[in-house]
Design a protein around this ligand. Sequence first.
Ligand SMILES: [Zn+2]
Length: 282
Amino acid sequence: MQEFDTPVVDDHLHLDPDHGRGLEAVKDFARSGGTHLLVVNKPSWLLGHEVETGADFRPVFETTVEVVREATELLPGRAWPVLGVHPGLVSKLVDDRGFDPEAARDLMCAGLDTAAEFVREGDALALKSGRPHYEVTDAVWEASNAVLRRGLDLAADCDCALQLHTESTTDLSDVAEWADERGVPGERVVKHYAQGHLTGGTPSVMSDKDRLEDAAERGDPFLMETDFIDDPDRPGAVMGPKTVPRRVDWLLDEGRDDAVRNAHVETPALVYGVDTEATLDR
Ligand SMILES: [Zn+2]
């Protein structure tokens, strides 16, 4: 049982109690010194839901809320749900189910509206949206950006952060501008799967050493994540749940205490308004 003198937060991972490792992954995280988790709902289609309406997302979100409740019992800190609609859904709808891009947009916006209800009720910490990371038609790109902007509307309305899944880039200036127009503070736009730096938001940095070194060196606000997908069909496709604690260990060995405080105390407070020290019961 590893223990650090600091909270240790994984800013983005998934837990699939029915098909994956679920709470066993949480135990691994906690045993390695991890304290807090932001658990993002799995894409609706991976849980076998063929959504037709915004309300159809509700069981997907409830699965996450439930596993977060159980995970919190196992953690010295706690877990929080991050709920939203995976941007890849647009292609499932358009390519596999014959939706036109506008209808796909409307369904995805309705899913985000449902996610926002959880945030308003205090059952989720933040929202999740984005746009495809692969080539799409102009119409699908436009529809996806409209969904992303709805995510920003809702983040403004709910006074919460918005995690984004986007194309691979270190420049989200266009999104930052949309956030600004809506009065969403720039730091509340979080790019998941990020490099060590980002223009136009807060990077949630994938926890490999090169990216973390970059983030630590710059000293700007950043978070750390694994994007553990908890998918038994793709073992080893992503980082495991022990990765963030291990990288914290490494950062501390390197004398990067400031970076650890940045990613695990200061930036979670700045972005999500959470106090990772006060929620630590040791
Ligand atoms: Zn993810």
